[in-house]
Design a protein around this ligand. Structure first.
Ligand code: GDP
Ligand code: MN
Length: 388
């Protein structure tokens, strides 16, 4: 789950990460009032979940209360396009109004999970303020990483190592060490999957603080963080993913291709997407229906897939262990009867109650394309999508 910058900053500040003074505003009038409190010289920042707001025109400096109000009125309501929003952009509902900082250096700092090491890592770079993906691909040596042992936690020697890499000495090093420790504490305590500060700045008056903040949270740990769940902004999420989650289908991710996938098991879902790609196609989604021996759940999943206007064919790939193939078959039949338009369905069914499932499909008289194994199923789905 993602949150807005102002929410991430509130969380980080609770743990002791220094951030500029500021508050969120939903109207230009509110932005004006906050600018007044802060003494007039402020920065007005669009609050959307995507990054790259600065380049897209969503971060503006204002040098007076009047200017703050005017800039806020331009940003609130705008359709902000960044490299992370897609061409349609994202509607801005609120702005963060913060005191302006005299920035001397822009650095990068983040904590995330390194899947390969199976541990958290802290990443730092002196090349802050730019897209880190670009830094990583052009000058990977400019990114410094330390692996953190979760038992001992973030040790002072790791902070020193990163400070040397960032060329932070003396009092700056002291402040940065405290900040890094606080960032790690917040990351662990809130079950975050990412806590990123870009840029981390050194100001002209010698302070080290988080000018921007981004936090992502592990969805599987949200049950123990109702305070994080409460920060959810559904307007920023993909509407079909929101609908899927509301219907109890938690493993749904929308993608850009034209072949919808209904699969049980995350591993099989990954293999199915690989097979589609290998056959020259593009998956329209990732969907792991898990062991849902519930016809309505199958119908809901297929209807969500079919609602995507890009979907030209659906590939159902089920290996029934605990899951029952007859239940899936019943779901396929009912969903096809409910669909507005006919979308060809390719089914590769195996495992528990497969004979019963195949009998149901045969007797329904619905045009379900049968496939024997995964490669065959992917090929048929790609052909069906091309023909459609
Ligand atoms: P992003 O583009 O979505 O990552 O938004 P950021 O919060 O990182 O802001 C983009 C850029 O605006 C930063 O890298 C800074 O260069 C600049 N910026 C933001 N706040 C201030 C500020 O208070 N003073 C100055 N001088 N620059 C700022
Ligand atoms: Mn940033």
């Amino acid at each position: 789950m993602k949150v807005h910058e102002y929410q991430a900053k509130q969380i980080l500040a609770e743990f002791g990460v220094p951030v500029p003074n500021g508050r969120v505003a939903r109207t230009p009038g509110e932005a004006r009032a906050i600018a007044e409190e802060l003494g007039g010289k402020v920065v007005v920042k669009a609050q959307i979940h995507a990054g790259g707001r600065g380049k897209g025109g969503g971060v503006k400096l204002a040098n007076s209360v009047d200017e703050a109000e005017r800039v806020a009125s331009q940003i609130i309501g705008m359709q902000l396009v960044t490299h992370q929003t897609g061409p349609q952009g994202q509607r801005v509902k609120a702005v963060l109004v913060e005191e302006q900082m005299q920035v001397e250096r822009e650095l990068y700092l983040a904590v995330l999970i390194d899947g390969a090491a199976g541990r958290p890592i802290m990443m730092a770079s002196a090349a802050g303020g730019m897209e880190i993906e670009e830094v990583a691909s052009r000058t990977p040596e400019a990114i410094h990483r330390v692996t953190i042992d979760p038992v001992s936690g973030f040790m002072p020697h790791l902070a020193r190592e990163l400070c040397f890499a960032l060329d932070l000495t003396g009092d700056h090093m002291k402040q940065a060490t405290k900040l890094m420790t606080a960032l790690y504490d917040a990351f662990i305590a809130k079950d975050a999957s990412l806590a990123e500060i870009n840029p981390l700045v050194v100001t002209a008056d010698g302070r080290v603080l988080a000018l921007d903040a981004k936090m992502n949270f592990d969805d599987n740990a949200l049950f123990r963080h109702p305070e994080i769940e409460a920060l959810r902004d559904k307007d920023e999420e993909d509407p079909t993913e929101v609908e899927a989650a509301e219907k109890g289908i938690s493993n749904f991710i929308k993608l850009d291709g034209d072949i919808g996938c209904l699969v049980n098991g995350a591993g099989l879902a990954m293999a199915t997407m690989d097979s589609i790609k290998l056959a020259g196609g593009e998956p329209a989604n990732f969907l792991d229906i898990a062991t849902a021996n519930d016809v309505q759940r199958v119908v809901d999943a297929l209807m969500i897939i079919a609602a995507d206007p890009n979907v030209k064919a659906i590939l159902v790939n089920i290996f029934g262990g605990m899951a029952r193939v007859d239940v899936i078959a019943e779901g396929i039949i009912r969903a096809q009867q409910q669909m507005q338009k006919t979308i060809p369905v390719v089914a590769r069914l195996a495992g528990t109650n497969v004979e019963e499932g195949e009998r149901l499909i045969r007797e329904s008289g619905l045009p379900v394309i049968r496939a024997e194994e995964l490669g065959d199923a992917a090929k048929k789905a790609v052909e069906a999508a091309r023909a459609a």
